[in-house]
Design a protein around this ligand. Structure first.
Ligand code: SAM
Ligand code: SF4
Length: 338
């Protein structure tokens, strides 16, 4: 038997792959306008990886050196039995192979699951929240209600989980709430990250360009009221951080449309059907479901993962700089997970 540790995953640009995002469902109880159409055609159940397959897949990546696992969707907490998966992953935290288990959620089910998540070793989560006004929340999520989300955030905090708020910057929608969001997060002790809207899904081009609020502009407005101190922190992720000197708050900016983070990209994504995307902004992918289902042995799966990582691209091709939305991806964010 070969007892040597397997070689870690290193891509052609010498970037070690340490971070895996797994989408556990394409379904959601919200229909955020920038993410989904109101009438969505979801995948048949047989196409989804089972909870056991998700466990095996994530565990294989962890065996290959992945240290950080983020669970996303769709809305991960609407997947039936998902706590079984979290419980399974907690064994890798206990063994020390996994350094962080986390999730991105819309918060609607958090009140119910916060304690269980904390018990599984989840210490930090991202909650998406674009507005603090109930009417506007209903408008942007189409089906969501603000109060249960706020309740969920409180439950998570009480359970000892650190909450980071993710806010998609939307022109004409939450521009006027910039300072109230910053203030609320400061008061509640949540970090805050703004995300530039990305051209995902087959939404109309006009709508996209209409909603686009450049984070350079958002940052400029923040700077009118606060002194911004650039932080060097780089988690290999797409966010850049500043500290507001007056309040000590950390604010993140995710600008996926610039290339400022591709060089240090250490992440890959798996969809709920087992497709491995080596880059959020490129269509190239590898099917991991077939090798998963073909054999109970992991050899073919590992080989498929290695072959895919060997073609991880240098970066993506999104570009808003021209009048049309170049590099637009036909798939929805809920497919690959944010
Ligand atoms: N349902 C969970 C949630 O909303 O947090 C997890 C999945 S959601 C697809 C992940 C993140 O993607 C959310 O923060 C959401 O705001 C963001 N997102 C969705 N569509 C986007 C788009 N077109 N541009 C930028 N961010 C987007
Ligand atoms: Fe659902 Fe999250 Fe997409 Fe909103 S952003 S529709 S909550 S998956």
């Amino acid at each position: 038997m070969n007892t040597r540790a397997p070689l870690p995953l290193i891509d052609p640009f010498a970037r070690p792959i340490r971070y895996l995002r797994v989408s556990v469902t394409d379904r959601c109880d919200f229909r955020c306008t920038y993410c989904m159409a109101e009438q969505m055609q979801f995948l048949p159940k047989k196409d989804l990886l089972t909870l056991e397959e998700l466990d095996r897949l994530a565990s294989t990546f962890i065996g290959l050196g992945v240290e950080k696992l983020r669970i996303t969707g769709g809305e991960p907490l609407v997947r039936r039995g998902i706590m079984t998966f979290f419980q399974g992953m907690s064994r890798h935290l206990e063994s020390g192979a996994l350094k962080e288990l986390t999730l991105t959620t819309n918060g609607s089910q958090l009140a119910r699951f916060a304690d269980d998540l904390a018990a599984c070793g989840v210490k930090r989560i991202n909650v998406s929240l674009d507005t603090l006004e109930p009417g506007k929340f209903a408008e942007i999520t189409r089906w969501g209600k603000l109060e249960p989300v706020l309740e969920g955030i409180r439950a998570a905090t009480q359970a000892g989980i650190r909450v980071k708020i993710n806010t998609v910057a939307l022109k004409g929608f939450n521009e006027a709430e910039l300072f109230s969001l910053v203030e609320w997060c400061g008061g509640e002790g949540h970090d805050l990250t703004f995300i530039e809207v990305m051209p995902m899904g087959e939404m109309g081009e006009e709508l996209r360009l209409d909603q686009y609020w450049a984070l350079s502009d958002l940052r400029g407005r923040l700077a009118e009221r606060f002194s911004l101190e650039d932080l060097d922190e780089n988690s290999g992720g797409p966010a850049r951080y500043v500290r507001l000197r007056e309040t000590g708050q950390k604010i993140g900016f995710i600008t996926p449309l610039t290339h400022n983070f591709c060089e240090s990209c250490n992440r890959v994504r798996v969809t709920c059907t087992g497709e491995l995307y080596m880059c959020l902004g490129q269509e190239d992918r590898a099917d991991l479901r077939a090798p998963l289902r073909a054999s109970a042995e992991d050899a073919a799966l590992v080989e498929a993962i290695r072959a895919a990582i060997a073609r991880k691209p240098k970066g993506h091709d999104f570009d808003y700089s021209r009048a049309h939305v170049a590099g637009q991806m036909p798939r929805h964010m809920s497919h690959t997970g944010g």
